[in-house]
Write a protein that binds this ligand. Structure first.
Ligand SMILES: *[C@@H]1O[C@H](CO)[C@@H](O)[C@H](O)[C@H]1NC(C)=O
Ligand SMILES: *[C@@H]1O[C@H](CO)[C@@H](O)[C@H](O)[C@H]1NC(C)=O
Ligand SMILES: *[C@@H]1O[C@H](CO)[C@@H](O)[C@H](O)[C@H]1NC(C)=O
Ligand SMILES: *[C@@H]1O[C@H](CO)[C@@H](O)[C@H](O)[C@H]1NC(C)=O
Ligand SMILES: *[C@@H]1O[C@H](CO)[C@@H](O)[C@H](O)[C@H]1NC(C)=O
Ligand SMILES: *[C@@H]1O[C@H](CO)[C@@H](O)[C@H](O)[C@H]1NC(C)=O
Ligand SMILES: *[C@@H]1O[C@H](CO)[C@@H](O)[C@H](O)[C@H]1NC(C)=O
Ligand SMILES: *[C@@H]1O[C@H](CO)[C@@H](O)[C@H](O)[C@H]1NC(C)=O
Ligand SMILES: *[C@@H]1O[C@H](CO)[C@@H](O)[C@H](O)[C@H]1NC(C)=O
Ligand SMILES: *[C@@H]1O[C@H](CO)[C@@H](O)[C@H](O)[C@H]1NC(C)=O
Ligand SMILES: *[C@@H]1O[C@H](CO)[C@@H](O)[C@H](O)[C@H]1NC(C)=O
Length: 554
């Protein structure tokens, strides 16, 4: 038997539960158990990643759908802000990038109000018009939230880009803007714009950013401009697709993009899978998106060379926009619990490769993006929310009721993982005998001491699976050696990998389908034997300091 939280206190439990109100936990037969593995974890942070902050896990939201996601300053979308508040209560501090393809047709008009889309009957977005109310609505976000002010490069109009920058400084609350970004994925612009010439792109980018800096400095006033500093721009914002125009950091840096010290972060977009066309859609399966070997291969081959170029130049790099499956996800894959596991795997892959932040993208199908894509907008061009979103912000013809999706729970896992400022992280080697394609473990360090451990068993577990292949790990070498309890553990779980209902997805025993915790908090105690069991399609976060495990629920 396993997971038997015996109320009689008999010998069964591999670990006991603490902090639970009386509750029955079903015991399941242990099948597919093939031994106990030990993890070899370095006790000091030597050689681990750079220091990460609670803002490591951030978000990008497609600006054309701003009102659907967030409402306006007087009528905020309660579900969205409850969820963001919940992430903050669990220790997260996400920066918000209202960015994506539609920022490249966004215009500011001082007479306009909330963002309004101009679309064709199929929902194709030609333009998004924003007024002061757009920036004013940013003050609804949790206190201290920082923003990226994104500017339209697509229309090739300096006036449009500069007006957006100046308006954001004027109407958003003071000090809420951390960065500017000029253009999204310039690799997808018509190639006649720069004739595939990196230098031509760099020249226009530098000329415009200098003129926008001058206008922004004027609006800020001298003191605030100095405080903002000169390094305020994201550069690149390119995808990993091979295109005629090379503007990833490894091409931009030698071309002199930062000769005026304006770049704060080099931003790279990461989408390892796609439903933009039928050939790629067949690969966007649960089995593939959870394959750790493939996710690491994509990160190392397609992302890391540019990341390294940025770090070699002494700069920060970020994943400025990412999700699992481009062109709005794959229904029955990215809207299930599989996406929760994918988010954790991917964010940790980039954390150990020293990204300074990762911005998970949320939005809706964009019909101009591809004529062969799997997803579409709803009737009369109404939003077809992306199936990789962590929640559907409104009721819609295409996706049904407003609701939380199973992947939201992974945000609480990650918020707690990086809740302590200056946390460093490293990959722990997968013990031989465990399937490397579907397993990963990471050690977290605070003040050079082992503080947490994340273990992800991403092998797909279905209702028809004949075995749950629970992995049992012995961590008795770590944690408290003199106490009954060596460490504490929170578990991310769902009945099966393809679970689509957030009501059945739990983080530490609680579900968050209404934007707040339902059920009793379940923090498991790891006993003297140091054994940790992780079922297929589960992830656990081990806490070596009990105080860190007792996060307030929201
Ligand atoms: C905010 O949204 C509400 C609900 O849609 C609407 O009634 C109100 O007019 C909007 N307020 C502003 C200032 O646009
Ligand atoms: C700004 O909006 C006003 C009111 O809707 C409109 O009359 C004006 O033409 C707009 N300005 C531009 C530059 O589009
Ligand atoms: C910006 O460019 C888009 C796409 O080319 C076009 O549809 C739109 O009308 C342009 N907007 C303005 C204000 O020029
Ligand atoms: C923002 O800063 C300006 C100039 O320093 C000041 O006048 C204004 O009151 C500040 N606004 C807020 C909301 O604090
Ligand atoms: C804007 O202000 C910053 C900080 O004072 C300064 O470093 C930068 O050179 C200024 N840029 C322009 C174009 O005035
Ligand atoms: C840019 O490169 C792409 C891919 O090689 C090519 O299809 C396109 O024709 C080129 N555009 C120009 C203007 O040379
Ligand atoms: C996982 O991905 C790797 C690299 O792409 C591949 O070689 C391997 O066959 C995949 N494993 C499974 C089980 O699909
Ligand atoms: C998703 O799964 C449901 C239930 O199994 C099925 O009815 C639906 O057709 C599937 N949708 C797609 C797009 O495959
Ligand atoms: C990340 O940064 C650490 C600390 O500077 C360094 O030791 C490590 O080699 C870097 N890792 C990668 C993959 O760049
Ligand atoms: C098990 O269920 C999954 C998801 O419904 C399905 O894709 C798979 O083909 C099934 N496997 C078998 C062996 O029936
Ligand atoms: C989840 O549970 C709540 C409360 O019982 C219910 O209102 C909601 O419809 C459920 N959601 C789903 C997707 O089943």
């Amino acid at each position: 038997m396993r997971f038997c939280l015996s109320s009689s206190g008999s010998r069964l439990s591999p670990y006991a539960a603490v902090l639970i109100a009386a509750r029955v936990v079903t015991c399941q037969p242990l099948v597919g158990h093939d031994g106990i593995f030990s993890l070899d974890i370095s006790k000091t942070a030597l050689g681990a990643s750079i220091e990460h902050d609670p803002s490591f896990v951030s978000f990008s939201f497609e600006p054309a759908f701003w009102v659907e996601f967030f409402g306006n300053s007087t009528s905020p979308n309660k579900l969205a802000f409850d969820l963001l508040g919940c992430i903050v209560d669990h220790g997260g501090q996400p920066t918000i990038r209202p960015g994506g393809i539609t920022m490249d047709s966004m215009i500011f008009n001082v007479s306009a109000g909330d963002p309004v889309r101009t679309t064709n009957p199929k929902g194709g977005v030609y333009r998004t018009t924003v007024g002061p109310a757009y920036y004013e609505s940013w003050s609804n976000f949790p206190e201290g939230t920082k923003f990226v002010s994104t500017l339209n490069f697509g229309n090739d109009s300096l006036d449009i880009a500069r007006d957006l920058a100046v308006a954001s400084i004027k109407y958003a609350s003071n000090d809420s803007i951390s960065f500017f970004e000029l253009g999204n994925e310039p690799t997808n612009y018509p190639s006649s714009r720069w004739m595939n010439n990196t230098k031509a792109y760099v020249q226009q980018w530098k000329s415009w950013t200098a003129q926008i800096d001058a206008a922004v400095n004027m609006t800020l006033g001298a003191d605030a401009a100095v405080e903002f500093g000169s390094e305020r721009w994201w550069a690149s914002s390119a995808t990993t697709d091979q295109t005629g125009l090379e503007v990833l950091p490894d091409a931009l840096i030698p071309a002199g993009i930062d000769s005026k010290n304006q770049v704060a972060d080099y931003s790279i977009h990461s989408y390892p899978f796609s439903t933009c066309d039928p050939a790629r859609a067949v690969l966007a399966t649960t089995q593939n998106i959870l394959n750790q070997t493939e996710l690491a291969r994509y990160a190392d081959e397609d992302i890391y060379p540019s990341a390294k170029a940025a770090m070699d130049a002494g700069s920060r790099w970020i994943i400025g926009e990412f999700n699992s499956i481009s062109c709005s996800g794959n229904p029955n894959v990215s809207d299930t619990f599989a996406q929760a596991l994918w988010v954790i795997q991917s964010e940790l892959i980039y954390a150990v490769r020293n990204a300074s932040a990762v911005y998970l993208h949320q939005g809706a199908a964009l019909v101009f993006q591809s004529s062969q894509q799997v997803n579409s907008a709803g009737q009369n061009g109404s939003p077809g929310y992306s199936t990789y979103d962590m929640f559907y912000p409104r009721e819609s013809e295409k996706r049904g009721p407003a609701r939380v999706l199973p992947s939201f729970s992974s945000q609480l896992f990650m918020a707690e993982a990086f809740a302590i400022p200056n946390t460093r992280v490293r990959l722990v080697e997968t013990p031989s005998g465990i399937d490397k394609d579907y397993f990963s473990a990471y050690a977290f360090y605070v003040n050079d001491k082992l503080n947490k451990l994340a273990i992800i068993n991403s092998k797909p577990y279905y209702a028809n699976s004949t075995s749950d292949f629970t992995v049992t790990l012995d961590i008795s070498k770590y944690g408290h050696s003199k106490k009954e309890t060596r460490a504490w553990l929170k578990r991310l779980s769902a009945p099966h990998v393809n679970e689509g209902n957030a009501n059945k997805t739990t983080w530490a025993g609680q579900s968050y389908s209404q934007g707040h915790a339902t059920g009793d908090l379940l923090v498991e105690a790891i006993g003297r034997d140091g054994l940790v069991h992780v079922r297929d399609s589960e992830a656990v976060l081990v806490f070596f300091d009990k105080r860190d495990a007792n996060m307030d629920a929201c």
